[in-house]
Design a protein around this ligand. Structure first.
Ligand SMILES: [Zn+2]
Length: 234
């Protein structure tokens, strides 16, 4: 699957378009990916790029309509707020503070040049996410004699976590912004996949057992608020 990039100009906005070659696809598919901020065009082998672009331009109105449902990204800078562990942190830029962002109560103190603030906030969130999610995963897996090969974080657009056949578990770093009960649910979900690589009734029973209660409230939280976590502009 190869990826090419183009840009779409819609209502004064420039929107990236990813073009994928999907040899087994039987028709052209255009998808809106709000959390990644791109549209994806999937092309079967025998369809030319020009044909694909024609397909896209014929769908100008559909694209404009889909765009209205994209989340607006909240810029991160001095005085803005980012969710962290279910609460709001106030970003305070202090040019003389150190390179590493420091948490003080409900404030995050960020030093250095102002244009580096978003990157430093991102680094703080990702480091905190990796530490927290790794500790929870290792603790839960070892308490149930399950082997986890690796824990990592990323920024997938459509899932909060994944578990591979190689026992590697990967999470969205954005989970560090969610309340603890939500994070713990996602951890229990992926750890449960170490035993059941499916979503069978047995899997869900084990997920609830690992979580220590019904998983419905955490799942409901993600459905209701999960898209907000993609608005953080870092
Ligand atoms: Zn799952």
């Amino acid at each position: 699957m190869t990826v090419e990039r183009r840009e779409l100009s819609i209502g004064g906005r420039t929107i990236p378009l990813e073009i994928h070659r999907v040899p087994r696809a039987r028709r052209i598919i255009l998808t809106s990916l709000p959390t990644k901020g791109v549209f994806r065009l999937s092309l079967p082998r025998r369809i030319s790029l020009a044909k694909g672009m024609e397909f896209v331009s014929e769908r100008h109105d559909w694209i404009a309509d889909a765009l209205t449902r994209w989340p607006t990204i909240q810029p991160v800078g001095h005085g803005s707020r980012v969710p962290f562990n279910g609460e709001d942190l106030l970003i305070e830029w202090e040019p003389k503070a150190g390179r590493r962002a420091v948490l003080m109560g409900n404030k995050l103190i960020v030093g250095g040049p102002e244009e580096h603030v978003p990157a430093r906030v991102a680094r703080f969130l990702k480091e905190a996410a990796l530490k927290d999610l790794t500790e929870r995963t290792v603790a839960l897996a070892s308490a149930h004699q399950l082997k986890v090969a690796a824990v990592s974080i990323g920024d997938p657009s459509a899932r909060w976590g994944s578990c591979s056949w190689q026992q590697k578990i990967r999470f969205s770093w954005r989970l560090i912004c969610a309340p603890e009960f939500v994070r713990q649910y996602v951890v229990a979900h992926e750890v449960a996949h170490l035993r059941h690589m499916n979503h069978s009734a047995d899997f869900w029973a084990f997920n609830a057992e690992l979580y220590g209660g019904p998983v419905t409230p955490a799942r409901a939280w993600l459905r209701a608020h999960g898209s907000n976590l993609y608005r953080i502009g870092v």
